[in-house]
Design a protein around this ligand. Structure first.
Ligand code: NCD
Ligand code: ZN
Length: 408
């Protein structure tokens, strides 16, 4: 049996009827819709175990499908952190139960968190994990690896075991030093001063040096500054296996957001001065950036509105980034081919996901305002609320099952 997608537009502008194998026959009249491969989001925080009041895989999988995403890589900064095989298996069990509840068999892979007490776990888990996640600077959770001997060891073992090393690259020592210089400030904007571009660049430089020395494959998550881009460009030119991910908030937001959002605008790495956004768009054009990872990091509004110092960092965004990108396509900032490469092809190649039939059908002409009440994330807010975007997903097809996003 097949799902017959009639009169759908392809990327090269042809109108076709596309068939996908399924357990049940179905026809979608897709006149006016454009078909893209379903998205792979290599950076989500679905908060299981330990922070289920922010998100679960039941709500997270709905938010993913609403955004055209059928595959995610989930981060290990859980409570407890996912840094052993045993914890990885316990986490997987919970995920399976929650996906059963949601009725959405989302495809996923989990990261192992780097912890110097558990380096023997890298070899034990290498077959199943997305990669080894190293927090070189502290963020949500207790994962942190910032002393040189431990970093050397982590890179060495990962390279030996053939495991991808994903780094949150912000230099912890520099962050602490900057913080000590600004203790009197309580405004949210100081976050961008403390977690400076220099702190990110210093850490990226070290990660690249270690990857080169040990022959590790390096994936730099949420690259946010010009300084980092320069280092990544140079490393790529030298033939180093380094991949760069950008998060939507570093493309679509800048540090002006503190004025309207206050502590709600906190994220790690922080929002930057606007010229960095432009540099990131350029880096998309010239191929320096490989992937878009949402860094979907939900916290409740109550938590986000706490005073600076007590408010956590991170934004939910998985169900909106495709629309943000399609809107940017209308603004001539990016092509549809580039969107597919960043959200599907490159992540699939880097993480070695198999080719499958999942697609998302988008209505490029639909214009809609972002409304918190209609979001599927448990956090029920977004830093983009109120924006009017042109280009919205209409159907997501996952493993032969059609999700009508108006009925989700
Ligand atoms: C993330 C979170 O809350 O889990 N927060 C963030 O600001 N990006 C952690 C992280 O990815 O650093
Ligand atoms: Zn991070």
């Amino acid at each position: 049996m097949v799902i017959e997608i009639r009169n759908v537009q392809t990327l090269d502008g042809k109108k076709i009827t596309h068939a996908i194998e399924s357990k049940k026959s179905q026809i979608i009249e897709a006149e006016g819709l454009t078909m893209l491969p379903a998205l792979i989001d290599p950076h989500v925080h679905f908060r299981v175990p330990g922070a289920e009041h922010k998100e679960t895989w039941e709500t997270g999988s709905k938010a993913a499908i609403a955004g055209g995403v059928t595959t995610v890589c989930d981060m290990p900064n859980n409570f407890p952190s996912t840094s052993t095989l045993e914890r990885l298996e316990a986490k997987e069990k919970k995920i399976q139960e929650q996906l059963q509840q949601s009725g959405i068999p989302l495809r996923y892979r989990l990261y192992l968190g780097a912890n110097s007490n558990h380096f023997q776990e890298i070899g034990k888990t290498k077959q199943s994990i997305a990669g080894l996640k190293i927090y070189m600077g502290s963020s949500t959770g207790d994962l942190l690896l910032c002393d040189l001997p431990s970093l050397e060891e982590a890179f060495r073992i990962a390279a030996q075991e053939g495991v991808l090393v994903a780094v949150h690259a912000e230099d912890e020592h520099l962050i602490q030093l900057n913080r000590s210089k600004h203790v009197e400030r309580t405004d949210a904007a100081v976050h961008s001063v403390i977690r400076s571009p220099e702190a990110a660049a210093k850490s990226v430089a070290l990660a690249i040096a270690l990857a080169k020395k040990h022959g590790a494959r390096l994936y730099i998550v949420h690259v946010s500054s010009k300084e980092e881009l320069q280092l990544i460009r140079a490393a790529k030119r030298e033939g180093c296996t380094v991949y760069a991910e950008v998060a939507p908030h570093h493309l679509f937001m800048d540090e002006n957001a503190y004025r309207s959002l206050g502590t709600q605008a906190l994220v790690n790495p922080p929002l930057r001065e606007k010229s960095n956004c432009e540099a990131l768009w350029e880096a998309i054009s010239d191929g320096t950036i490989d992937t878009i990872g949402t860094d979907h990091a939900p916290h409740t509004l109550e938590e986000k509105r706490r005073p600076f110092g007590a408010a956590p960092s991170g934004f939910p965004s998985i169900e909106l980034y495709l629309s943000l990108l399609l809107n940017a396509y209308h603004e001539k900032k990016i092509s549809l081919e580039q969107i597919v490469s960043l959200t599907h092809t490159r992540p699939r190649e880097i993480f070695g996901f198999p080719v499958h039939s999942d697609v998302v059908l988008v209505d490029l002409s639909k214009t809609k305002q972002i409304d918190d009440a209609r979001l599927h994330t448990k956090a029920k807010w977004s830093p983009y609320t109120g924006r009017i975007l042109q280009g919205w997903p209409r159907y997501t097809i996952l493993d032969g099952t059609v999700f009508d996003l108006e009925l989700l």
